[in-house]
Each structure stands twice: as C-alpha cells, then as structure tokens.
Write a protein that binds this ligand. Structure first.
Ligand code: PGA
Length: 254
C-alpha cells in the first residue's frame, strides 16, 4: 500500500504572507491527527519561504507550482531547481493551466526536462496529465493521456518510482464542479496512466508510483475517490483555499 498524498494547489491565490499563514495556522491543528495520508501545500512562490519557516518539523509538506529546468541564467521570471531545493519537497509540473498558457516552456519536452531536473535536485515532481472535453468526446483520452505520460517520463530510471507522483486531471473537471466519476477516474488512472508508467518504469516501478486524481475534488466526494484501488490521493484546487480543507483531509484519511 502506498501512503496517499493530498496535495493542495493554491494556484494564484493566497500569495500574501499574512493570508497564507492565516490558513496554515488553522489547518495545522485541524489535521494533526491524520497520519494515514500525507498532505502537501503548493502555494505561490511569494510565500514559500514564510511557509517553509512555520512548517519546519511539521508533517505538512510544501511544493512549488512550476519551475524551470535550468540551473540559472537569462530566464526572466523563472525559478530554478536549485532555488527550490531545501525550500520545498514537491513541484507540480505540466499543470493544464500552464500547458495552455505558457507555450514551449510547458511543452511535453519541457515537462520531461524539468521532471528530470527535479529528481536531480532532490525534488519530487507531481506531473499533471489530462485530456480536454473535445478529446474525451472524440474518444482520444487513452491515446492522448498515454502519450503525455510517456513523453514526461522519457529517460526516467526505475529508481525514480518512489519519488515520482502523477496527477490525472481531466481538463473538463478542473474548477467546473463536475468531477469525473470515481470509476471513470480509476479506470483511466489504472489502464492509461499506470499502464504508460509501466512501459517506462516496468510493472514493479509503476506499482510504486503514486497517481492522484484532480478536478473538482471536495470534502464530499474525496472518500469515493480514495476508495478506488488505483487512486493514491488527490490534487485539490478550489477546495484547498479555505479552512474547510481540513474536512477534506480528514475524510481522505478515513
Ligand atoms: P479544482 O482544481 O480542484 O479547483 O478543480 C484542481 C487543479 O487544477 O489542480
């Protein structure tokens, strides 16, 4: 059994120190008793150092929402793996909101280079994949998502399995209030995502990779996703921005 991960993707919210600290101060005691799931918060870069300070020696992990693969240089506005090392444990890569709006810097190739750079710098990548509603309607989910996974994991070694996380986030489910059904998410995660991971890392490796579901996850529906055998946690956007996120974490912990 893999220890499930509930990762909070704050997106471009709560980026002022006082806002971020206020939420974390309420969450921390409210989820302190939940040991069966790991919790990670992925806030904007602006508050990572302050949260790293208050969450030192706490079970709540931190993650960034993106990064560049290069160690440094003329990349205006970007953040390098070395800058994040020691500040956070995870980094979300290839979120559909970045793939949609950031061109070549969020291409499949860039996601792959950045995921390899994350591992090389002791960061755990959370690689996001997922189809659009048009692709889903055209029956292309399996082929498209499988290709995204294979592209992201090119050059990966089996030893990366324990530190790699994937998140299957159908684009039509993100922020829409219309989550995938647990059965549908379980099937795509098992057959398509874990299947493609197995082609890169072998069956044993694929069994060790945590694969999350993301898209309109709430305190009400998290239990039914966690009950699915292929789903090892969730990437949570909107429902992670309020103190009630603690209820979601407690429900995930059973
Ligand atoms: P949502 O976002 O939970 O608000 O749908 C999930 C995500 O984009 O990671």
């Amino acid at each position: 059994m893999l220890r499930p991960l509930i990762a909070a993707n704050w997106k471009m919210n709560l980026g002022r120190t006082e806002q971020a600290l206020a939420l974390v101060r309420r969450l921390r005691p409210a989820i302190a008793a939940v040991e069966s799931v790991e919790v990670a918060i992925c806030p904007p870069f602006t508050v990572l150092p302050a949260l790293a300070e208050v969450l030192r020696n706490s079970p709540i992990a931190l993650g960034a929402q993106t990064m560049h693969w290069a160690d440094g240089g003329a990349y205006t506005g970007d953040v390098s793996p070395g800058m994040l090392r020691g500040l956070c444990e995870y980094v979300i890569l290839g979120h559909s909101e970045r793939r949609a709006g950031h061109g070549a810097s969020a291409s499949d190739e860039a996601v792959n280079r950045t995921a390899l750079a994350a591992l090389a710098h002791d960061l755990k990548p959370i690689v996001c994949v997922g189809e659009s509603s048009a692709q889903r309607d055209a029956g292309e989910t399996h082929a498209f998502v499988g290709r995204q996974v294979s592209a992201a994991l090119a050059g990966f070694e089996t030893s990366a399995a324990d530190r790699l996380v994937l998140a299957y986030e159908p684009i039509w489910a993100i922020g829409s209030g219309q989550a995938a059904t647990p059965a549908e998410a379980n099937r795509t995660i098992g057959l398509t995502v874990r299947g493609a991971v197995a082609e890169c890392l072998g069956e044993d490796g694929a069994a060790r990779v945590r694969i999350l579901y993301g898209g309109s996850v709430s305190a009400e529906n998290i239990g039914s996703f966690m009950a699915m055998p292929e789903i090892d946690g969730a990437l949570v956007g909107g429902a992670s921005l309020k103190p009630e996120f603690a209820e979601l974490v407690r429900a995930a912990g059973g």
